[in-house]
Design a protein around this ligand. Structure first.
Ligand code: ZN
Length: 150
């Protein structure tokens, strides 16, 4: 019996440099799978209601309550990899999650979540390196917010 995909992934990474290589290779794969942009038609009100009903009015990623006037229709299969601009390929998301998800592949999303969860745990344990990274993260977020305001 072969090892589960997650274990194979960890074994292939081994070091921080390995993680860097993996992230870069996932980006290349995305470029290779890029398809020609198809003009997107806006969803009708009825289609938007159907998309929002799929999760009972909550963001499919973080679960926050959203409503018909403020949700993003998030592609399940990203349009950059050939996902269609149709209601059956959309799930409702809040703007924060949709903007963060961008068009990352499933593997990239899983790595990002694992890194984030790991760092969060280290921050709560007051690990010195994690606190340094957290300070840099907060500075970065503040810079982004200040840029948006001006
Ligand atoms: Zn969300």
């Amino acid at each position: 019996m072969s090892a589960p995909p997650e274990l194979k992934l960890l074994r292939s990474i081994k070091t921080g440099k390995g993680l860097q290589k993996l992230i870069k290779s996932l980006k290349l794969n995305l470029k290779e799978s890029k398809v020609k942009e198809v003009k997107r038609k806006a969803l009708t009100k009825k289609q938007r209601e159907a998309v929002l009903a799929k999760t009972d009015g909550r963001c499919h990623m973080c679960g926050i309550e959203i409503d018909i006037n403020n949700f993003h229709a998030d592609h399940v299969k990203s349009h950059i990899t050939g996902g269609v601009h149709e209601a059956n390929n959309y799930l409702p998301s809040c703007s924060t999650c949709n903007n963060l998800r961008w068009h990352y592949s499933s593997e990239e999303i899983q790595i990002i979540l694992k890194l984030g969860r790991w760092l969060k745990t280290r921050v709560t344990k007051e690990d010195e390196l994690a606190l340094t990274l957290a300070n840099e993260f907060i500075k970065h977020e503040m810079t982004l917010r200040n840029r948006k305001k001006s």
